[in-house]
Design a protein around this ligand. Structure first.
Ligand code: UDX
Ligand code: UDX
Length: 434
């Protein structure tokens, strides 16, 4: 099968390489010539564990190619996936679909033979139908269908999530489109991954509803963590007590500084807009968004209190900047809200992150000092703040850390450490909800 993937970002590149691994002939198209040149030279522009080997192996096998020109690959394609960015539009929170629509129009003019145009990007309900209208208008003679095949990939485990999905959702309108997509995903039959066939709109809403529900779990446990702090309860124990109920499930009940990333923040706001557009309520998701924003703000006051009420002239070592471990992605990372607030209050910030510092430098204020290693970050620090739970920060040499610091405050925003252990090493330890 010939597959074209439009957009070689976190989603398009992983999906394209995985489809090639399934045996399809994949051409990844991207407008960003520098990105395509890098990929052709075997350089992966994003940090995703295992992606470099997957891309290299499939390029060598002749199943994966990169180009900026879509005309020829589209003419040969059985399926054309649209995986371009759907960023939140500045100011109004709508998902910006201009790239999706531009791709649809461009693809349509080059279609030859029966082809399925598939939305892989997370797009508001109704987008597939709009893509159909745009493509039909651009090329009335073309023989094609549209489909929606949302992705449920987590950054840092995207390949595993693709290769062993909980489910594949296919939003289709014709038997032909369904047959082609089933053939593409056939390698998953081996592990009996459920293939769920729905209408276009159901597939589109499923993606948003799933992400919004996961974000709801996180904001829920973050709000419960406040009650735990006031009552001497331990949010880890509460989360375990809740999660053992099969109807609730154990995942996504870790209290922390709030969720970030390129999906939850964008998809929750987009869902709220969709509800508004269709005149229905979205009060729960609206609260989820509000709770998340206030959780980040609460972390700032937590750090201030841990330092006796003021961070002015205090040196704070921040361990972790990315929105989660195993990624270099800084999009909507809690650090982007927390660090500027600390700087505004006169703190000196010495930051470290295993992968994200290059990206962070583009987003954080220039006043942030970047340390090449943990030792350099904590040197003479009055406080250490653990913000992203990278493995490198899970086994810190606590006596060494204590000796290098000027103060003894340790603010663990990911509840990695145990209070008793920290006390034996002389740390004034605070965390979230325990
Ligand atoms: C994006 C959305 O953010 C996500 O919500 C959706 O599920 C999938 O697409 P991501 O892959 O992270 O996810 O986007 P991004 O990393 O921004 O990559 C988009 C790529 O598309 C970029 O490489 C960009 O150069 C490319 N692009 C964008 C095109 O090739 N053509 C365009 O017209 C616009
Ligand atoms: C998410 C969804 O998991 C994935 O299915 C979807 O396709 C894309 O969005 P991602 O954003 O890559 O994936 O990361 P995820 O692991 O879900 O974490 C999202 C955010 O929630 C991170 O900031 C993480 O720190 C936070 N989180 C996650 C918590 O604060 N607590 C948790 O229990 C889980």
């Amino acid at each position: 099968m010939n597959v074209v993937m439009i957009g070689a970002g976190y989603v398009g590149l992983v999906s394209g390489a995985c489809f090639a691994e399934f045996g399809a002939h994949v051409t990844c198209v991207d407008k960003d010539a520098a990105r395509i040149a890098a990929l052709k030279a075997g350089e992966i522009p994003i940090y995703e564990p295992g992606l470099d080997n997957l891309v290299e192996r499939n390029m060598r096998a002749g199943r994966l190619a990169f180009t900026t020109e879509l005309a020829e690959p589209v003419a040969q394609a059985d399926l054309v996936f649209i995986a371009v960015g759907t960023p939140t539009r500045r100011g109004d929170g709508y998902a910006d679909l201009k790239y999706v629509y531009a791709a649809a129009g461009e693809v349509a003019t080059h279609l030859q033979g029966y082809t399925v145009i598939v939305d892989k990007s997370t797009v508001p309900v109704g987008t597939a139908r709009e893509v159909l209208r745009i493509a039909r208008k651009a090329n009335p003679q073309a023989d094609f269908d549209v489909a929606s095949n949302p992705e449920f990939l987590r950054e840092g485990s995207a390949i595993a999530d693709f290769m062993r999905p909980d489910r594949v959702v296919l939003g289709v309108e014709s038997e032909r489109a369904e047959a082609l997509l089933r053939e593409l995903y056939r390698p998953l039959n081996l592990i009996e991954a459920p293939i769920l066939v729905t209408g276009l709109e159901s597939a589109e809403i499923t993606k948003y509803a799933a992400n919004a529900f996961l974000a709801t779990k996180i904001s829920f446990i973050n709000e419960i963590s406040q009650l735990c702090e006031q009552t001497g309860a331990d949010v880890h124990e509460v989360a375990r007590g809740m999660g053992l109920d099969g109807r609730i499930g154990r995942k996504f009940l870790h209290a922390g500084p709030g969720y970030g990333g390129s999906c939850f923040p964008k998809d929750t706001v987009a869902l709220i807009r969709m509800a508004q557009e269709h005149g229905v309520s979205s009060r729960i998701v609206e609260s989820v968004v509000e709770v998340n924003a206030s959780q980040k703000a609460r972390m700032v006051s937590k750090i201030r209190e841990a330092l006796g009420g003021s961070v002015a002239d205090k040196t704070i070592a921040v361990l972790g900047l990315t929105f989660k471990p195993e990624t270099d992605d800084m999009r909507e990372a809690p650090s982007l809200a927390i660090l500027p607030a600390l700087l505004d209050r006169g703190a000196v910030i010495r930051a470290h992150d295993p992968e994200g510092m290059e990206e962070a430098k583009k987003e954080l204020p220039a006043a942030v000092i970047y340390a090449a290693g943990i030792d350099e970050a904590v040197q003479n620090a009055d406080a250490v703040v653990l913000l992203t739970e990278w493995n490198q920060y899970r086994g810190l040499d606590l006596p060494r850390l204590r000796a290098q610091m000027r103060g003894n405050v340790f603010v663990d925003l990911r509840n990695v450490y145990e209070r008793e252990l920290m006390a034996t090493h002389g740390f004034a330890y605070t965390c979230v909800g325990r």
